[in-house]
Write a protein that binds this ligand. Structure first.
Ligand SMILES: [Mg+2]
Length: 262
């Protein structure tokens, strides 16, 4: 097996791999420096829809890591791209934050809280009953229900917070409709990511801290996977899953010195 450093492209999750909330994971800056020095292609792929690529770039810059806004791809961008292929220039009702709203506007969608084609839900810290009630009415009127990602929870400094799937559940329950989710592990976002970095699947490594999103997305897209233990998954959790990553590392920077065998 080729060494992990021989890959041309690296698709890297962010939370639990590069940072935890506002704290940098040990060695993350060194790893990103290595990617840049070696001229590797890389993409930070996140299921979070809250922040735009420019906001993510600024967040990493504050932590001392300098990359371009184009080095990020979010579930919000993937959602906008998917919907633009399905139904361009449609009206949308959005429960979410600036990252999602900007991605949809950039793709030509417009806000419509009367008769939208889609109701789209992402992460939101201002989620409230009126939004859920309106979303239920709109879905019952025929709007299609879309979730940016199927994460139930996400990490915060205070512990865990309900994420997209938990926020969309009341709308599903009240309408009897099932949402369609775009982010990891949907192979769609992996195809977008591969296209964006311009590498073939076999030239690429996916690095993530979650078995049920990052690792399964890699496996189902036939991309080599490296699980890092710097995030949500502990080594003893691995036995709970029927599928396994190709590599298990303490943290992303260990890729630089990893021999590449299982
Ligand atoms: Mg993560």
């Amino acid at each position: 097996m080729a060494r992990l450093t021989d890959k041309k492209g690296y698709i890297c999750d962010m939370d639990g791999v590069i940072y935890h909330g506002e704290r940098l994971v040990e060695g993350a800056a060194e790893f990103v420096d290595w990617l840049k020095q070696e001229g590797k292609k890389f993409l930070f792929l996140t299921n979070s829809s809250a922040k735009s690529p420019v906001e993510l770039k600024r967040k990493l810059s504050r932590m001392g890591i300098e990359v371009g806004a184009d080095d990020f791809y979010t579930s919000a961008q993937a959602t906008a791209s998917f919907l633009a292929g399905q139904n361009p220039n449609a009206g949308v009702y959005v429960i979410g934050e600036s990252g999602l709203i900007n991605a949809l506007y950039d793709a030509g969608f417009y806000n419509d809280s009367v008769d939208p084609t889609y109701v789209i839900v992402g992460e939101s810290r201002t989620y409230n009953f009126e939004q859920v009630e309106l979303a239920v009415h709109l879905v019952l009127k025929g709007a299609r229900l879309i979730g940016t990602n199927s994460d139930l929870t996400g990490p915060t400094e205070r512990g865990i917070a309900p994420a997209c799937r938990a926020l969309i559940a009341p709308i599903e329950l009240a309408t009897g409709r099932k949402a369609y989710f775009i982010g990891k592990p949907n192979p769609l976002i992996m195809r977008h990511a591969i296209k964006k970095i311009g590498c073939r699947r076999e030239e690429t490594l996916i690095i993530g801290d979650r078995m049920d999103t990052d690792i399964i997305a890699g496996i189902e897209s036939e991309i080599e996977t490296a699980l890092v233990l710097s995030g949500i998954t502990a080594r003893e959790d691995l036995s709970l899953f029927a599928y396994q990553p190709d590599h298990v590392l303490d943290k992303a920077v260990d890729i630089i010195d990893h021999p590449g065998d299982k």
